[in-house]
Design a protein around this ligand. Structure first.
Ligand code: NAD
Length: 474
């Protein structure tokens, strides 16, 4: 089946298409998706500009109703959409349905936020003058999303953008256009007026780059790799656009001697390997104090070896495929590098079948200076770094150019509180995996991981609105 762009309320086909294949079975074709370029972005921006004034000044009730309906439609179709997600991205069906439900929750949350766009009234220093501070839409917003959360990330950008009265041009990752296409379809069914939401699919170098440079796009929200994100920020600054970036991670999870071993192994297994390690919040550095190190390593090695790698649609599967050949090649390069750097590599073998299957790998005996402990790998692999004590663990945890999520497993309130206050990361997890977050609270990091205002929860308003201060003399 062919899937078209959604521009100005119309489905617009392109002669050029991208074939969307299942990473668990390369013979399974999900569909062919229109592959646009700069001209399609220009059409979409024109449609978004035309729709902006009415949408920006529409009753928040209308915006609420569209988002609420979209959330309800996603829930109604959660099994079917979850299956599509598992087929196009490769996470397990349970994870994929969970992510789909999350997308619905995000729409419903921002349906409420549309009604809560409050301002301030402040006494002026000038007698008889009133001052009002209000939040207005930014304008046409460009959204650029990655492949690893193909329904949740588009949702958590689209929903706040629309809730606060902006119009949108969205470009999903080339590997996962299917979920984004379904969201466009759902918004149309939910009564979103023509031009308010536009979907243009195609390569980042053309569609993404044009979004970033288009003079009528006022702001860009980007999630993806550090290299692309930094270029997006430079180009947005050059064009005077507001920008928000969520990028990579090299998230540490500290395990100290007093940790509950079951909790620590469970958190590490989930954080490092679930979703095939393809999470920006994955626990890719396990920093373990010497008293518990050997027991933790043995237990984790055994538990990782037991994980079932296979077809995401099989309910027994715990780890689906890597997303594509190029990511698989990168994973294999890092696996070889870990041995070259002197790690004791456990696991990491290839799986069977016509897909990109690999078993989780543990890099025992790693140091924090090794490239495998410094660079984001984005696969089911993690370094185990042995340290003397908590102080060294904290120093190693913070010794990274990233700062998205961080975690500690301990039964000591004192250490948990100290870690929470001293971790240089946007999110801290105590006795929990570094990955796995709520949708009604801010999400984001520090240092190389994030740039600009936070996403999600009521904090999302900061990016998706601009402040206006009015002075009124009667
Ligand atoms: P990517 O940077 O390759 O692509 C992200 C998006 O940018 C895609 O839609 C792509 O087409 C587009 N793009 C590419 N070149 C562009 C250009 N020149 N101008 C504008 N847009 C362009 O990232 P990816 O491989 O899709 O995703 C994986 C990365 O995303 C990882 O680094 C991961 O850590 C990160 N990620 C971060 C978060 C977070 O919230 N921090 C969440 C998920 C993923």
């Amino acid at each position: 089946m062919d899937f078209a762009h959604f521009i100005g309320g119309q489905w617009v086909a392109d002669s050029d298409v991208t074939t969307n294949r299942n990473p668990a079975n390369q013979d399974d074709i999900i569909g062919t998706y229109a592959r646009g370029g700069a001209a399609r972005v220009d059409e979409a921006v024109a449609a978004a500009m035309a729709a902006l004034d009415d949408w920006a000044h529409a009753s928040p009730q209308l915006r609420h109703d569209v988002l609420e309906k979209a959330g309800a439609l996603i829930v109604e179709r959660k099994d079917e959409l979850g299956r599509l997600l598992a087929r196009e991205e490769g996470k397990t069906l349970a994870e994929a349905v969970g992510e789909t439900v999350r997308a619905a929750q995000v729409f419903k949350f921002f349906a409420g936020e549309a009604l809560r766009n409050t301002g301030d009234a402040v006494a002026s220093v000038r007698p008889g003058v009133e001052v009002m501070i209000e939040r207005e839409p930014v304008g046409v917003i460009g959204l650029i999303t990655p492949w690893n959360f193909p329904i949740a990330i588009p949702a958590w950008k689209m929903a706040p953008a629309l809730a606060f009265g902006n119009t949108v041009v969205m470009k999903p990752a080339e590997l996962t256009p299917g979920c984004a296409w379904e969201l466009a379809n759902i918004l149309e069914q939910a009564g979103c007026p023509a031009g308010v939401f536009n979907l243009v699919m195609g390569p980042g170098s053309q569609v993404g780059a044009r979004i970033v440079e288009h003079p009528d796009i006022a702001a860009v929200s980007f999630t993806g790799s550090v290299a692309t994100g930094r270029q997006v920020a430079v180009d947005c600054a050059a064009n005077g656009k507001k920008v928000q970036l969520e990028m990579g991670g090299k998230n540490p999870m500290v395990v100290v001697d007093d940790a509950d071993l079951d909790v620590a192994v469970g958190a590490a297994l989930n954080g490092a390997f679930f979703s095939t390690g393809q999470r920006c919040t994955a626990s890719s550095r396990l920093i373990v104090t010497k008293g518990i190190h050997d027991a933790f390593l043995d237990r984790l090695t055994a538990a990782a070896a037991d994980l079932v790698v296979g077809d995401p649609l099989d309910p027994k599967t715990q780890i689906g495929p890597v997303v594509d050949q190029s990511q698989m090649d990168q994973n294999m390069r890092y696996l070889a590098l870990a041995s070259e750097e002197g790690c004791d590599v456990r696991g990491g073998g290839l799986g069977n079948g016509n897909g990109f299957f690999m078993h989780p790998a543990i890099f025992a005996g790693a140091s924090n200076a090794m490239r495998v402990s410094r660079e984001e790998i984005f696969g089911p692999m993690t370094s185990i770094i042995k340290v003397d004590d908590y102080d060294e663990a904290l120093a190693v945890a913070n010794d990274t150019e990233f700062g998205l999520s961080s975690g500690i497993c301990t039964t000591s309130l004192k250490l948990a509180s100290h870690f929470r206050r001293h971790a240089k990361a946007g999110m801290v997890m105590v006795n929990l995996p570094t990955a796995g977050v709520d949708y009604h609270v801010p999400f984001g990091g520090r240092k190389g991981s994030s740039y600009g205002p936070r996403e999600q929860g009521s904090y999302a308003r900061e990016f998706y609105t601009v402040v206006k201060t009015s002075y009124i003399a009667p």
